[in-house]
Design a protein around this ligand. Structure first.
Ligand SMILES: Cc1ncc(COP(=O)(O)O)c(C=O)c1O
Length: 456
């Protein structure tokens, strides 16, 4: 009986991990779609633009993969950590943006960035240890930590400060059992792109705390705002960095499952701590990315033309602009910070302006049921009553989706809303102290309708 109980505990732990997954939430939302509604479902909850023809990968990648298959050189098992030319190509690719040169030995190839997360979290876990994870964040970190009995300590990202890391909180949270801090840049779900100065402060904080940085850069270079992408490895001489990435996002091929875990540690601290050896040992028990994609990766990284990347950025920027404009017209959701990277926008949901919506999950379920639009409830990412909208989709579908969200919000709005100087009140109430320079009355009594503005 004892062993059965232990088995159940393990199962519950894994179930807790899957409860907080994006995939789990999307399954719930999809199960609420109305099969009788003949309109197409518009998926804005995903992180995979590849099904949309405008986000097709480059022919360079297609050719590289088909050449690798036709060569018949990559039909065998690959060595643990990846074949040498592939590791060397990733080292060269990442070194382009670093003040030092990585070697093939610093690189382990993984099955997408997800496996890199799984490997590093398992390797760093020990009884009593804890890890610092951003909130909101990417829930796979939480799931892996929880499956490994690694205590999760969340630090906040601050929306009013471009989702920067609350570094004071980080200092308070850490102790002698903290094994690492996770930094996702460019960010999922917030679209943050951290400045050089902020990343420098992160590196200095981690150095003071004597912990490595796990730098999730799966959205590396997918930036379209004023901050350029700065890899955390730039600060590798200040603090050891474990860089995680993949070709999933920048090359728009998440199904090819080629990622990496790279030790960006020119001073060799992690070698001393035997992290490198443990990663290799872990990979020995685990799986490799398929040999053919390893065979293709040197050509993909070396030959992809700049215009392919520019086209993706241009599409993302256009899509974001549409999304941001439409959001302005929907009173119950607010965009505090326009994203500068990745493919998501986080908006704050004000349920007090809605009649029969209890929270973000309820909003998303009813939206799926009534409008066949899927967006992700913030609770899955650690922020209740926020929503994550993916804008990496073809523009006509995005416009259609935003119209459907708008009419959903109008239908569920509380009646008689008066908008005073950007502040909203229900039942036509007056907000004391508000500046009446610009008064907005809604044309109908429902929220979300484009308002008339009366300048005084
Ligand atoms: C922040 C973050 N890290 C890692 C991953 C996983 O990437 P991959 O598809 O390469 O496994 C994702 C996927 O959406 C992500 O958003």
């Amino acid at each position: 009986m004892g062993s059965l109980n232990n088995g159940r505990k393990k199962f519950e732990k894994l179930k807790a991990g899957s409860d907080i997954s994006i995939g789990g939430a999307l399954d719930i939302l999809r199960s609420n779609l109305n099969a009788k509604d003949e309109r197409p479902t518009i998926p804005l909850g995903h992180g995979d633009p590849s099904p949309f023809s405008c986000f097709r990968t480059t022919h360079v990648a297609d050719d590289a993969l088909s050449n690798a298959v036709k060569s018949a050189k990559f039909n065998s098992y690959a060595p643990v950590g990846g074949i040498l030319p592939a590791r060397r190509a990733v080292a060269e690719y990442l070194s382009r943006d670093l003040p030092y040169t990585l070697s093939a030995d610093d690189v382990c190839l993984t099955s997408g960035c997800r496996q890199a997360i799984e490997v590093i979290i398992s390797v760093l876990s020990y009884p009593g240890a804890n890890i610092l994870i951003p909130k909101p964040g990417y829930p796979h970190y939480d799931a892996c930590a929880s499956a490994n009995n690694l205590e999760i300590r969340h630090f906040d990202l601050i929306p009013e400060r471009a989702w920067e890391i609350d570094l004071e909180a980080v200092e308070d949270l850490a102790d002698e059992n903290t094994v690492a801090i996770v930094v996702i840049n460019p960010g999922n779900p917030c679209g943050n792109v951290y400045s050089y100065e902020h990343l420098k402060k992160v590196a200095e904080t981690a150095k003071r705390l004597r912990i490595p940085v796990i730098a999730d850069e799966v959205y590396g270079h997918l930036t379209f705002g004023s901050n350029p992408f700065v890899p955390m490895g730039v600060f590798g001489s200040t603090v050891p960095v474990l860089t995680l990435g993949s070709i999933s996002k920048r090359w728009l091929v998440p199904g090819w499952r080629l990622g990496w875990l790279v030790i960006t540690d020119p001073k060799g601290y992690l070698k001393e701590a035997e992290v490198v050896g443990s990663v290799k040992q872990y990979l020995n028990m685990s799986n490799n990315p398929a040999s053919v994609i390893q065979g293709a990766i040197p050509q993909i990284l070396e030959n992809t033309k700049e215009d392919f990347f520019e086209n993706t950025i241009c599409l993302l920027r256009q899509a974001l602009d549409i999304c941001a404009e439409e959001i302005k017209e929907i009173a119950c959701i607010t965009l505090l910070q326009k994203p500068e990277g990745s493919m998501f926008v986080m908006v704050k949901l004000d349920t007090s302006l809605l009649e029969d919506i209890s929270d973000d999950m309820d909003f998303c379920i009813k939206l799926a049921r009534e409008e066949k639009v899927i967006i992700l409830p913030g609770i899955v990412l650690g922020l209740k009553n926020w929503l994550r909208i993916t804008f990496s989709i073809d523009l006509p579908s995005l416009k259609d989706a935003m119209e459907r969200i708008k009419s959903f919000c109008q239908r569920h709005a509380k009646p008689q809303i008066l908008k005073l100087d950007g502040r909203l009140t229900s039942e036509g109430g007056y907000l004391p102290g508000s500046n009446l320079q610009s008064l907005e009355f809604h044309e109908s009594s429902k929220l979300g309708v484009k308002s008339k503005t009366f300048e005084s």
